[in-house]
Design a protein around this ligand. Structure first.
Ligand SMILES: Cc1ncc(COP(=O)(O)O)c(C=O)c1O
Length: 460
């Protein structure tokens, strides 16, 4: 396993360094330009106001010279960190060779497919690159399920985030993205995900997972449930934007059984949880199941080159040439970068390290949960971690404003995070997997300090 000293070389030294409270003057100038010329829909700079200059490993520097510990990781893209040297070298070389080919094969494309084949379960032996974003992969997965079953409905889960395009948006539950757009793609129905902390069933909390699975069985087998037999059941193997909700093995295994029993295609969306983040290449490996289709994106392009893919079983490989097409069907630079990144991660046992590091991170996080009156629950699997904020630990009233404050003041003190959750009340940690233990624990200490100051009424 790679040493901490080697990993430290990938990041900037001495983080965090805050020279001026962000946004500093140079950042402010760029932010003003952006708000005057780009769409009003731009959102991330509202939560973490700054303009970026460079990234290295698990650190980012803004144009005012502030250096941050990155525990946001480009919303889960940056598994090998910013500017990984092997990845940069591979990408630079590929830019000189060939950069675009639709789906005409190239050597780097083949190398990528071979490598993906070695990381995926053997059952998922077919790979398709259908467009550059995660949403594209979801669209293709659903299209493939529909084509193979001749059915068109999909069952998805409350709290799901699958993307922002037609069908993928219809599969996403957050009303802030759905409202005001009129009817979305029809045929999608939602059932509760096994969210133990906010038990939707009223059963003992320990049984939430079984209840959630049996609810799926019920809607599929009851002819009066109002659910027509769907083409697919789609779920995140760990629900990400919904608040880092980790299902149990028995839930995932039961869903697999139910899909088999009803001849419904099971799609695991691993766009966020996949490629090492949870400590396995794919989070579904924790649960001992293999879906029929898996979606991938984010970390697949190495250091943020846009690419997505689905992998699926041979039996589903029925669609004729040209059934689905697109201009960006695999990006050569993303192949080179992603290949270098995944190879480096496997050779250096980065997923295995993520499990160990995640366990170490849970120690101070659990302490925070025990000590703080506004931390309802901390959760984590590998380096996919979350702090759910509440106004009251008994009533569990969501602490939506607190989560925003953790992001704002965390940023001001040099730590970047994501906010998510059913009530936007979850501080989500998705650091690059190459983060050093030192930076990870320092980042958590800073966030804990912010939470304690919020609790003490010192921050508004
Ligand atoms: C689980 C999951 N699926 C799909 C998507 C959509 O990916 P993209 O934003 O690249 O379209 C995301 C993005 O966060 C995601 O987390």
């Amino acid at each position: 396993m790679i040493s901490e000293q080697e990993l430290a070389k990938l990041s900037l030294e001495g983080a965090p360094t805050i020279k001026v409270t962000p946004p500093g003057p140079k950042s402010q100038e760029i932010l003003t330009y952006q708000s005057e010329h780009e769409s009003s829909v731009v959102s991330y700079p509202k939560g973490m106001p700054m303009a970026l200059k460079r990234g290295k490993g698990a650190t980012l520097e803004d144009v005012d010279g502030n250096v941050y510990i990155d525990m946001f990781g480009g919303a889960g893209v940056m598994a090998v960190g910013h500017g990984h040297p092997d990845v940069l070298e591979a990408a630079h070389k590929q830019i000189d060779d060939v950069t675009h080919s639709l789906d005409i094969p190239t050597e780097i494309r083949q190398k990528m497919v071979e490598l993906m084949g070695s990381l995926l379960p053997k059952e998922l032996n077919r790979v398709f690159f259908g467009g550059p974003t995660g949403s594209d992969a979801v669209e293709q997965a659903i299209k493939l399920a529909r084509y193979n079953t001749g059915r068109w409905g999909t069952i998805a889960f409350e709290g799901a985030y699958h993307g922002m395009t037609g069908t993928s948006l219809a599969l996403t539950t957050d009303s802030s993205h759905r409202d005001g757009l009129g009817p979305l793609v029809p045929g999608v129905q939602f059932i509760p995900y096994p969210y133990k902390y906010r038990n939707p069933f009223g059963c003992p909390d320990e049984d939430v997972d079984l209840q959630a699975a049996e609810n799926l069985e019920r809607v599929l087998s009851d002819s009066h449930s109002g659910y027509s037999k769907p083409a697919a059941v789609i779920l995140e193997s760990v629900q990400g934007e919904g608040g880092t909700i980790i299902p149990t093995k028995r839930f995932m295994q039961r869903v697999r059984e139910i899909c088999d029993k009803h001849d419904v295609i099971m799609i695991c969306d691993e766009i966020q949880s996949g490629l090492g983040r949870t400590g396995k290449m794919f989070a579904f490996e924790h649960f001992g199941i293999v879906p029929d289709i898996v979606t991938m994106s984010k970390a697949l392009g190495g250091i943020g080159f846009p690419i997505s893919a689905i992998a699926y079983k041979e039996s589903l490989n029925t669609w004729p040439a040209g059934k689905t097409i697109g201009t960006f069907r695999g990006n050569m630079v993303a192949f080179a970068a992603g290949h270098a990144a995944l190879k480096w991660m496997s050779e250096n046992q980065i997923p295995e390290r993520a499990i160990e590091l995640g366990k170490k991170a849970m120690e101070p996080l659990k302490k925070l949960e025990a000590e703080s009156s506004i931390v309802g629950e901390v959760r984590g699997i590998g380096l996919m971690m979350a702090i759910e904020l509440v106004k009251d630990k008994k009533t569990k009233e969501p602490g939506t404003a607190f989560a925003k404050m953790v992001r704002k003041y965390g940023h001001q003190r040099g730590v970047m995070i994501e906010v998510g959750g059913h009530h936007s009340n979850v501080a989500r940690l998705l650091p690059p997997l190459v983060i050093t233990e030192d930076y990870l624990l320092k980042g958590i200490e800073i966030l804990s300090g912010v939470i304690k100051d919020i609790e003490a009424g010192k921050l508004k």
